[in-house]
Write a protein that binds this ligand. Structure first.
Ligand SMILES: [Zn+2]
Length: 211
């Protein structure tokens, strides 16, 4: 509850360019976001599913995974999804010194740039643990903090049907930024049902703009 209040206050007081929780509520768009990849054997299958449905998404990648998965990162980029920064090693940012915070963000930006020749402007803190200190750092780096307005709760390791049911019981709203994880295939199984379901309701599924 406390977190919800903090996020609400931040989303109302800070501009979207600094702290983004949802897209425009006027347009019938949804934003799928995938954290913690890229992971061999999972992310490829997810990319195939997204291509099959002509859906674009945003991947918040962990920098330390890039050396083993640079081909996968290039593929995400080539398929015109947005690549975003989810730190180098997924630490709890509220416990880091300012120097280490910067190192985590900048090293990952540099790895993304070296692999895809693209600047990265979006950052999501591991587990959504934000602090004013971190937001200030991102502001100085001209980056946007991106949270989410809907959580698939796929981290609970439940059956994919439960993830689907959650979105049927409480439908998505225009502009929702939806959190998934592509470090396991549960989200893929759930999205095989959810993507056609959302399309049939007239939603378009887009990548967040990297600017
Ligand atoms: Zn994460």
């Amino acid at each position: 509850m406390r977190n919800k209040i903090i996020y609400f206050i931040r989303s109302k007081l800070l501009p979207d360019s600094l702290f983004l929780i949802n897209g425009k509520r006027e347009s019938k768009s949804l934003y799928l976001t995938f954290d913690d990849g890229p992971v061999q054997g999972v992310t490829e299958e997810l990319l195939e599913l997204l291509a099959q449905h002509k859906v674009k998404a945003t991947f918040f990648i962990i920098g330390s995974r890039i050396s083993k998965s640079s081909d996968l990162l290039k593929k995400i980029h080539q398929q015109k999804h947005t690549i975003a920064n989810h730190s180098y090693s997924h630490p709890n940012f509220t416990k880091l010194s300012s120097e280490t915070m910067l190192e985590q963000i900048i090293t990952t930006n540099e790895l993304i740039r070296a692999t895809t020749q693209q600047c990265c402007r979006l950052f999501r803190a591991p587990q959504g643990r934000w602090s004013i200190r971190l937001l200030f750092k991102l502001f100085r780096l001209k980056m946007t903090a991106v949270h989410w307005s809907r959580d698939s709760m796929d981290f609970l390791k439940e059956q994919p049907e439960k993830i689907v049911k959650r979105f049927i019981d409480e439908p998505v709203k225009n502009g929702d930024i939806i959190l998934f994880h592509d470090d396991n295939s549960r989200c893929i199984e759930a999205l095989k049902t959810l993507i056609p379901h959302w399309h049939s309701q007239g939603f378009s599924l887009n990548a967040l703009e990297n600017k």
